[in-house]
Write a protein that binds this ligand. Structure first.
Ligand code: SF4
Length: 464
């Protein structure tokens, strides 16, 4: 819908002369949110009214976990061969499938191969690519930095607490595919179930380390925590004197925003912890994970508005994903739409080096190019930093801050002096973005060693 500019009239009725040409309506597309009963185009949801669609319990209960249920839901909408392709893809995927009716309704099932939501949540065999030889599960080495199962202490003043291992959705690209969701044909998971004893050991460790000021409560996903658990965890952490900041991390607002509108006990519990934190001068916020502008609808706007009214700050961390947000246009739209619904775009991560999703990765060069073009399109505080979460446990590094980057071999080398001084960390661009000659080199173990040693020695010369 094109928005009409208001006529410019000054107080003294003299026309105001604009210094810029009339705005291109396409630059206002971030305000144009999907509204109305859009879900009713899906055959199984034709009779679902707004009250039922907004019911978070119905969304959770009706989530798609099997191909047969997807077929029942979308029926004849998809092109021939797609379902077989999906079945074959699911057999090879590291993550199980769980997709809410909300997300199912956002997908253009007549063109599922190009759809950004299908791309993120439903694997299809025909699009899978062979893993880069340097890929692996738990590429961030979270388990190696965990003093207690489910508590990673890597940065000086911050810890990552994983109270549970389930999410309202399972993302194909999950960094924690080693632990999150059900076992798949490909991966037997490390389980992190809610467990009082394990949680208490985590609190004890946090209390024993005066340098720990900032705790991320992730998972899994804080949406899956019962209201009572939000309060228990919140109270326990707020009671630790050294804890100054907490973030509840959830993908929920992107995949099931109606929970904010209809799960009052959960939102009230979160609000109480945020308010208690404020009285103690401790910062409690929500971190979420939108990847594509289509995920932000009128329902999201209402949900984020409710959080805003309650004074709950929401920040967003996106993953840069091929076919989802790896263009300047799409990323700019996402960033501006997030700002429009009062969500701060905080980080964009270059896709982690996770097995089984090579088709989703992009290069460090792509991230740098997009960042350059997005910066300046909106206020600086609403512009995300593009980072590489350095494989091997180096932590988040600004994508521009590499010590050395060889765009031909796709190797970038990062240092992390405040996290792991003296060490170097490498990121490897996906092979499909390299020349045929370089791709061939990566198939030869000796050549791999030559490329890696060359990159490391050049990085050592430059590192300061
Ligand atoms: S919501 Fe987060 S933790 Fe859960 S599957 Fe997706 S990326 Fe992984």
């Amino acid at each position: 819908m094109a928005l009409q500019p208001l006529p410019l009239v000054a107080n003294d009725a003299q026309p105001i002369v604009a210094k810029k040409p009339p705005v291109d309506p396409s630059t206002l597309a971030h305000k144009d949110l999907r509204r109305g009963p859009f879900w009713q185009k899906i055959p199984a949801y034709r009779g679902i009214d707004e009250a039922q669609f907004l019911d978070h319990a119905w969304q959770a209960k009706s989530s798609i976990t099997k191909v047969s249920k997807l077929v029942e839901t979308i029926q004849e909408l998809v092109p021939a061969g797609f379902i077989e392709d999906l079945e074959a893809g699911m057999k090879r995927a590291p993550m199980s499938v769980r997709v809410s009716p909300y997300l199912v309704s956002l997908i253009d099932w007549e063109h599922p191969y190009e759809d950004p939501e299908r791309t993120q949540f439903f694997p299809v065999a025909s699009r899978l690519l062979a893993d880069h030889p340097k890929l692996g599960l738990d590429s961030l080495h979270e388990q190696a930095d965990a003093p207690v199962p489910g508590l990673t202490h890597r940065y000086a003043d911050k810890a990552l607490f994983l109270p549970l291992d389930t999410c309202p959705v399972y993302c194909r690209f999950c960094t924690r595919s080693y632990a999150i969701g059900l076992d798949t044909d490909e991966v037997e998971k490390v389980h992190l179930r809610p467990n009082d004893e394990r949680w208490k050991r985590a609190y004890q460790y946090i209390a024993s380390r005066p340098e720990l000021e900032d705790i991320v409560i992730s998972g899994g996903d804080a949406y899956q925590l019962r209201a009572q658990h939000i309060e228990e965890i919140g109270e326990a952490l707020l009671a630790i004197p050294n804890v100054r900041r907490m973030r509840f991390a959830t993908k929920g607002p992107a995949v099931m925003p109606m929970k904010i509108l209809t799960d009052e006990p959960w939102l009230d519990a979160l609000t109480r912890i945020v308010e208690k934190g404020r009285k103690l001068h401790k910062d409690v916020v929500l971190h979420t994970h939108f990847n594509n502008a289509a995920e932000i609808t009128g329902i999201t706007e209402a949900a984020m508005g409710k959080l805003f009214e309650r004074g709950i700050v929401v920040r967003n961390q996106s993953v840069l994903i091929r076919g989802v947000n790896d263009s300047v246009e799409e990323m700019t739209l996402l960033v501006k739409r997030l700002g429009h619904v009062n969500v701060h775009p905080y980080y964009v991560y270059v896709h982690d080096m996770v097995s089984g999703v090579e088709d989703l990765r992009t290069s460090v060069d792509t991230a740098i190019h997009i960042e350059k073009n997005v910066r300046g399109s909106t206020a600086g505080f609403n512009t995300p930093t593009f980072v590489v979460d350095a494989p091997g446990g180096g932590g988040k590094r600004d994508a521009h801050s590499y010590e050395y980057y060889d765009r031909d071999t796709g190797i970038s080398v990062f240092a992390a002096p405040s996290v792991k001084p003296g060490q170097l960390f490498m990121y490897f661009d996906p092979m499909h973005q390299l020349s045929t000659h370089q791709q061939r080199r990566w198939t030869d173990a000796r050549e791999q060693q030559v490329m890696v040693e060359d990159a490391l020695s050049k990085a050592r010369l430059r590192a300061r």
